[in-house]
Design a binder for this molecule. Structure first.
Ligand code: SF4
Length: 220
């Protein structure tokens, strides 16, 4: 089943409705700076280093590559087996939102331990929002035993368990998703530029919005 939203699109949507719309319907307009690309690379290296601590992990992305809509089915196949298993990039779909969990350990009783890996030095508000969406989607698919965010704090892999805190945000997340679906059912929003274009992330559509050009709506 295909998805409408992903974690990155949801986070984009919290920053700006127009950026969300562009991410879904015209992502080729995005332009990332070299510094942003280097930050992505550093994040991936940190994530790979953490994954190395699970030597028997099965990487769903290696098996399915860019066919992300097939991730939930293959993930479910592994999770439905009797034995414990470690999965990387495990896919879960709920409420038209697809999330890929960095590391999932399935326990003997069928519950999941989730590890979301972030390369930053502090547990930022954006990391918490990101984790909250993951928890919302995954907990509607499988029982969660613990949900941990791993970050590059005082120790290399500092870990904080957030399941209880994240559960309390489910109603707000459901409302946010409904709002984003509504935005995506119309034409491109005419949102003006402002301070929100820079926080919490520098928006990759700034050059486009600065031109004052507005794409024709896909819906006529
Ligand atoms: S540049 Fe600003 S207004 Fe344009 S999409 Fe990005 S955040 Fe939204």
């Amino acid at each position: 089943m295909s998805h409408l939203l992903s974690k990155s699109k949801y986070i984009r949507g919290l920053q700006c409705d127009r950026a969300l719309w562009l991410d879904v319907y015209n992502p080729r307009l995005a332009k990332y700076t070299r510094e942003q690309m280097q930050r992505f690379d550093r994040g991936r290296e940190f994530e790979y280093a953490f994954k190395d601590t699970f030597p028997h992990g099965i990487d769903i992305s290696v098996e399915l590559k860019r066919n992300v809509d097939a991730y939930p089915e293959l993930t479910a196949m592994y999770l439905d087996k009797e034995e414990e298993v470690d999965l990387f990039e495990a896919g879960f779909l709920y409420d038209d939102v697809l999330v890929l969990a960095d590391v999932v350990h399935k326990n003997a009783d069928g519950t999941l331990d989730i590890y979301e890996v972030k390369s930053g030095n502090v547990l930022s508000e954006t990391y918490r929002r990101d984790a909250a969406l993951q928890h919302y989607v995954i907990s509607h698919c499988r029982p969660i035993n613990k949900f941990c965010v791993v970050y590059n704090g005082e120790n290399r892999f500092d870990t904080i368990e957030l399941a209880e805190e994240l559960e309390e945000q489910h109603d707000e997340i459901a409302r946010n998703i409904a709002t984003m679906k509504e935005i995506l059912s119309h034409g491109e929003p005419a949102t003006p530029t402002g301070q929100h274009c820079l926080e919490p992330y520098a928006c990759p559509y700034q050059h486009y919005c600065a031109q004052g050009v507005r794409q024709m709506s896909l819906f006529g």
